[in-house]
Design a protein around this ligand. Structure first.
Ligand SMILES: *[C@@H]1O[C@H](CO)[C@@H](O)[C@H](O)[C@H]1NC(C)=O
Length: 202
């Protein structure tokens, strides 16, 4: 009995050591010289191992204080038109959104479910003249949770690179999610109107 509990504590301790170097990367719509831009941000606060019941032993990261949450239902094929972020906010997307920029027609960013479902919008009217556009090309409605930060704070981060985060920037999530012994995307097929469509969980 005694040796069993000692073992599990040791196991948890090594998990903490391995995982604390892992940091979340999120696509951000930021601004430079009055124009909105895409950047891949790496959060300063690393993942930690949860000691809460329900998530015990799993990796979690604190994203900072927030003010309120709104839930928006956006129909398929909706086009938001050019707009600024109303304030600095997290957005969590269940569905599919394609962002474009009025001042850089070579740039685009898809945000969908899975590990790339969270992003940060910081191109408020104070820093970006024209903002960004969002279209929702999915087959179904898209649900967006908008979560403004407390006092408009921007979470502490470094810029990993210009442009949205890519598959390589989600590799840590995939490794934690699948365990160290498996790597690479999980592939599956989903049936839509009698057609088998390949899907990938990155
Ligand atoms: C963030 O990006 C870095 C570099 O691309 C990568 O090594 C790390 O695993 C990523 N973090 C997560 C949580 O995927």
């Amino acid at each position: 009995m005694k040796s069993k509990s000692t073992l599990s504590i040791l196991g948890l301790a090594s998990l903490v050591r391995v995982s604390t170097s892992l940091q979340l990367n999120v696509t951000a719509i930021s601004a430079r010289d009055g124009s909105s831009i895409f950047q891949c941000w790496q959060m300063d606060t690393p993942f930690d191992i949860s000691t809460e019941p329900g998530t015990l032993g799993t990796a979690g990261a604190v994203l900072g204080d927030v003010s309120t949450v709104s839930y928006t239902i956006i129909p398929a094929n909706h086009d938001s038109g050019l707009h600024n972020a109303p304030c600095n906010l997290w957005a969590v997307v269940a569905g599919l959104v394609h962002f474009t920029l009025p001042d850089d027609d070579t740039a685009g960013a898809y945000i969908s479910g899975g590990s790339s479902s969270i992003m940060f919008a910081a191109d408020t009217a104070e820093v970006s003249q024209r903002g960004h556009n969002a279209r929702f090309p999915g087959l179904t409605e898209t649900i967006v949770l908008q979560i403004p930060t407390h006092d408009g704070e921007v979470p502490k981060h470094s810029v990993l690179h210009m442009g949205p985060c890519g598959v390589d920037d989600m590799v840590g999530i995939r490794e934690v999610g699948l365990g160290a012994t498996r790597s690479g995307p999980v592939e599956a097929k989903v049936e839509v109107d009698g057609n088998l469509l390949p899907i990938q969980f990155l």
